[in-house]
Design a protein around this ligand. Structure first.
Ligand code: FAD
Length: 401
């Protein structure tokens, strides 16, 4: 059986590796030609995502790229500790959540898939996707057409494969936050922050997150509640101007934000944040979507990559168990969708709640901080989030209707 996978982010190479494991020969088409190692932000893979990486045989590779994270610590703008949240129960071997550069992990997974014999075509932009008798076809920008038994859309929140499945499919929803990220190298503040932990500040005008690295650097991000940043504004604003604005926004909040932003280098600027809460159809005939193409959560969920990795595993086991021949693929793809939908939609909802908590409300800062200490003591707790991060998959499990 053969598959074309559109997209070489996290979901694409993970799906290629998972399908390879069950005997499906895949080609990955990625429109980017190369990867810029300094670009983009850091993200955290929760233990449920690490579990999937382990099953795909790439956990050690991922570990080489990142550093451990055990805890989220939440502070108010006044410096008050609002609460602490574990990043999830470690794997059996003790592995805790992992923070790494998003683009770097995707690039390494793609290289690894290629090293294991998956055909990877970079600079291959898909411009059309269509179901044909007994298979599916994609057309590249070059005009070349490729056909396979199955086409998997791992092409992100603006997915073309999603539109091919259902032209009326929803587009990503702007969640009201923009995203900026940077790194402050060799910072004296690194040793003042709790090791292996995110330090979050619900600031007066923006939400700030910082994580010390084992090398003495601090990686950080700022979420700004504001309308979507247009392409024109992004093009017209220099990194120095963004950084000055971020500094204005975090100045006055208690904690390390202002110093880290002032001394740091911006690696992600003016990124609008979208989610995708409900896509009515994930599959049609021999087409299917995985990862952000099917269910993008707001980054505040900390689960987007983990969900994409879980999708890859569940799709592959469903194909293995329910598609002995290519003609059985449509039924196997429907089972994959049924197995995944409730969990991922619940996570996207949780992410949306978490995003809105970052937007300062009209009530006073002190009142809001008092309310949040209650939330982090009784509502958002290690126990109440265990269903998200505690899930574990297995190659021995079957996807059942
Ligand atoms: C700022 C930020 C912070 C985040 N933080 C976290 C976090 O802490 N934890 C977490 O788990 N998740 C986080 N996420 C979410 C996570 O990064 C995504 O959910 C995850 O990477 C899913 O990736 P994907 O492969 O489905 O999509 P993408 O990463 O968007 O990859 C899609 C790929 O498809 C390619 N592509 C698109 N269209 C075409 C086409 N027509 N032809 C060929 N190629 C195409 C694109 O170039 C891209 O490489 C964060 C996201 C952002 C934006």
């Amino acid at each position: 059986m053969t598959a074309i996978i559109v997209g070489g982010g996290v979901a694409g190479p993970a799906t290629a590796l998972a399908l390879q494991h069950v005997g499906v020969e895949a080609v990955v088409l990625e429109r980017r030609t190369d990867h810029n190692p300094t670009e983009g932000s850091y993200f955290t893979i929760a233990p449920n995502g690490l579990d999937a990486l382990d099953l795909l045989g790439v956990l050690d590779l991922a570990r080489e790229l990142g550093f451990p994270s055990t805890t989220n610590t939440m502070y108010g703008a006044t410096g008050r500790l609002l609460g602490e949240l574990s990043l999830g129960r470690p794997l059996q071997d003790g592995s805790v959540a992992l923070t790494a550069k998003r683009s770097l992990l995707a690039a390494r997974l793609l290289d690894e898939a290629e090293r294991r014999g998956v055909e990877v075509r970079r600079g291959a932009e898909v411009v059309d996707v269509a179901g044909v008798a007994n298979g599916a076809t994609v057309t590249l920008a070059s005009g070349e057409r490729l056909t396979a038994d199955l086409v998997v859309g791992a092409d992100g929140v603006r997915s073309q494969v999603r539109r091919a499945i259902d032209p009326a499919a929803p587009e990503g929803r702007y969640v009201g936050l923009t995203n900026f990220g940077g790194i402050t190298r060799g910072s004296a503040l690194a040793s003042t922050l709790r090791p292996e932990a995110w330090h979050f500040v619900f600031g007066a005008r923006a939400f700030f997150g910082a994580h010390p690295t084992p090398d003495g650097d601090v990686v950080w991000f700022v979420n700004v509640p504001e309308p979507e940043i247009s392409r024109e504004r992004r093009a017209a604003t220099s990194p120095e101007e963004w950084q000055r604005r971020l500094l204005d926004l975090v100045t006055g909040d208690h904690g390390p934000a202002a110093e880290l932003v002032a001394d740091g280098v911006l690696e992600l600027a003016g990124d609008n944040t979208y989610d995708l809460p409900h896509v009515p159809h994930w599959t049609r005939d021999r087409l299917v979507i995985v990862g952000d193409a099917a269910h993008a959560p707001s980054p505040s969920s900390g689960q987007g990559a983990s969900m994409a990795l879980e999708d890859a595993m569940v799709l592959a086991t469903s194909v293995r168990d329910h598609a002995p021949t290519a003609a059985d693929l449509p039924a196997a793809l429907r089972l994959y969708e049924q197995a995944r939908r409730a969990r991922v939609e619940r996570i996207v909802k949780a992410g949306a709640r978490s995003s809105s908590s970052k937007i300062p409300g009209p009530v006073g800062r002190r009142f809001q901080e008092a309310a949040m200490t209650v939330v982090f003591r009784y509502v958002v707790t290690d126990r109440s989030t265990a269903w998200m991060t505690g899930s574990r998959l297995s190659w021995d499990a079957s996807v059942v209707a």
